[in-house]
Design a protein around this ligand. Structure first.
Ligand code: DP6
Length: 368
């Protein structure tokens, strides 16, 4: 079992455990007819990861270069939304190429920085063709960078034949995007804060999805990509918000309370601490100069809708990330009621629903 796995939750399939190298062997491309002589080798693998939704939020970095989080966070990994990423290392190309949803992407430098760390481990200079597909809106506060970098690291490690544990994949994913560390695992997942003595941190699974199968209903209020990315928003908040220190100082207690609530399946406590963490994070960014407001009018109406539902006896709570979408968490038997209520909120343009799912895994098929 991977170090840090607390409850026997399964490691990510395919990328782990050590020794499980199905599909990791380089594909030999040969000339026709005997003798079979490799012309060159292509190393390729595809991985799927799901976004995660933080119930206790990560917002702020202790150290930006290694991307160490200033606060601990706790999330649920989804199952219906996914990113599928194919990585092909090829000695015949001179530069990495990155395609997202079949179009050349402007994020290639972030992808290259991530691949450089894996190339360093594998001792290769080979460039890669990376092709990625999301089945949900990208860059709109639905954690596409979390599923994106978890899938990228797992696929690249597999293609290079690296035998990495879930913990190692999580550390590498975190270097590219903090929340990506959590998408490596399924169910309820924790990412600790880095303290002054910590050079690196990885996420750890806390509770399997099957142990508490909650559902997440997502009210889409805009499909525009956000104007300010999370990393930039965090830095701006840390540098200019009068509330940032209070946010960091009170985060550890929220994490302890949420962890206890998850392990006890205590929905009411989890609802209280999750909404508190979400509103504190947004309060801290709104108090920055200039204030950072990811919400629109429909976001606020959805918050009131969820609270009215709860007052009427429906177990449900909301959370909102760096975007205008509202995620409502409830037991599955209440999902239809929550969906109907949120769909009726003016300004809600679509509703998605997802259960809680598994961690990153190697898959056979490639993005099409
Ligand atoms: C609001 O993980 O996107 O979704 O580490 O800079 O890539 P970087 O930030 P990112 O931030 C996620 C912020 C959040 C809260 C959360 O997921 O915990």
């Amino acid at each position: 079992m991977t170090a840090g796995m607390r409850d026997g939750t399964a490691p990510p399939q395919g990328a782990h455990p050590r020794g499980a190298r199905d599909g990791a062997e380089p594909i030999q491309i040969t000339t026709a007819g005997p003798p079979a002589r490799p012309l060159f080798t292509v190393m390729e693998a595809t991985a799927q990861a799901q976004p995660n939704i933080a119930l206790v939020k990560y917002w702020g970095k202790r150290e930006p270069v290694s991307n160490l989080p200033a606060v601990g966070s706790l999330s649920v990994t989804l199952d219906e939304l996914w990113t599928r990423t194919r990585v092909r290392f090829d000695e015949t190309i001179a530069a990495d190429r990155f395609e997202l949803n079949t179009r050349a992407s402007a994020e290639t430098s972030r992808v290259t920085a991530c691949l450089d760390r894996l190339r360093g481990l594998a001792g290769t200079q080979r460039r890669a063709l990376v092709s990625s597909r999301n089945n949900f809106p990208t860059g709109a506060g639905l954690a596409s960078s979390a599923s994106g970098f978890a899938a990228l690291v797992a696929a690249a490690a597999q293609a290079l034949g690296l035998e990495l544990s879930g913990e190692e994949i999580s550390r590498l994913a975190r270097r590219s995007s903090g929340s990506a560390a959590r998408s490596v695992f399924g169910g309820f997942v924790e990412l600790p804060a880095a303290d002054s003595s910590t050079a690196d941190v990885a996420a750890t699974p806390l509770l399997a999805a099957s142990a508490w199968p909650l559902g997440v209903t997502i009210a889409i209020t805009s499909t525009k990509a956000k104007a300010v990315g999370s990393g930039e928003g965090m830095q701006h908040t840390a540098e200019t918000s009068a509330y940032y220190d209070a946010w960091v100082q009170t985060a550890a207690a929220d994490l302890v309370e949420a962890r206890r609530a998850v392990l006890a399946r205590d929905f009411e406590t989890l609802a209280t601490v999750s909404e508190r963490s979400c509103l504190k994070m947004h309060a801290a960014m709104m108090a920055a100069q200039p204030g950072l407001v990811y919400w629109n009018g429909a976001t606020v109406e959805c918050v009131h809708c969820v609270r009215a539902l709860r007052e009427s006896g429906v177990p449900v709570f909301f959370t909102i990330d760096a975007g205008p979408q509202v995620k409502a968490v409830s037991p599955p038997e209440h999902a239809a009621t929550v969906r109907k209520a949120l769909a009726a909120v003016p300004g809600v343009i679509d509703i998605l629903h997802s259960g809680i799912g598994g961690g990153v895994r190697i898959i056979e098929s490639e993005p099409s």
